[in-house]
Ligand binder design. Structure first.
Ligand code: FES
Length: 125
């Protein structure tokens, strides 16, 4: 699939919205986003992978996840990007949202696609 075809397909898609250019996100940091009334968190890891999650911590519902602490760990021999909630430090996988250090519900993740430097986020509604 060519980049142009992918971009045209996403523009016509009702389920994806363009949110920002990938270079607008700082590596190793998160940003909050409001999309169709939903509070979301966008993350760019130090290795330039991009993730989108709910801004709500699944443990308490606090709207803090965009200020989470990015990191990584090994799970079953694989390197996994993580975000730690800034309040009580529950650690969530950024690929699945599952919690690694507590019996907490998973962080809700959303599909985020990068095409030619543009980030497209799956709409929540
Ligand atoms: S508020 Fe997120 S782990 Fe407690």
């Amino acid at each position: 699939m060519s980049t142009q075809f992918a971009e045209e397909t996403l523009e016509k898609s009702v389920s994806f919205a363009p949110v920002c250019r990938s270079e607008e996100l700082e590596a190793g940091w998160g940003e909050a986003l409001l999309l169709d009334g939903a509070q979301l968190a966008l993350f760019r890891t130090e290795s330039n992978s991009f993730y989108a999650a709910s801004h709500h911590c699944p443990t308490t519902g606090a709207k803090v996840m965009a200020r989470g602490i990015l990191g990584g760990t090994m799970v079953d021999g694989q390197s996994v990007a993580t975000v730690a909630c800034p309040l009580h430090k529950e650690v969530y996988r950024l690929d699945t949202g599952s919690c690694l250090n507590a019996d907490s519900p998973a962080l809700q993740m959303h599909e985020l696609v990068e095409v030619a430097g543009q980030l497209w986020l799956e709409k929540t509604k």
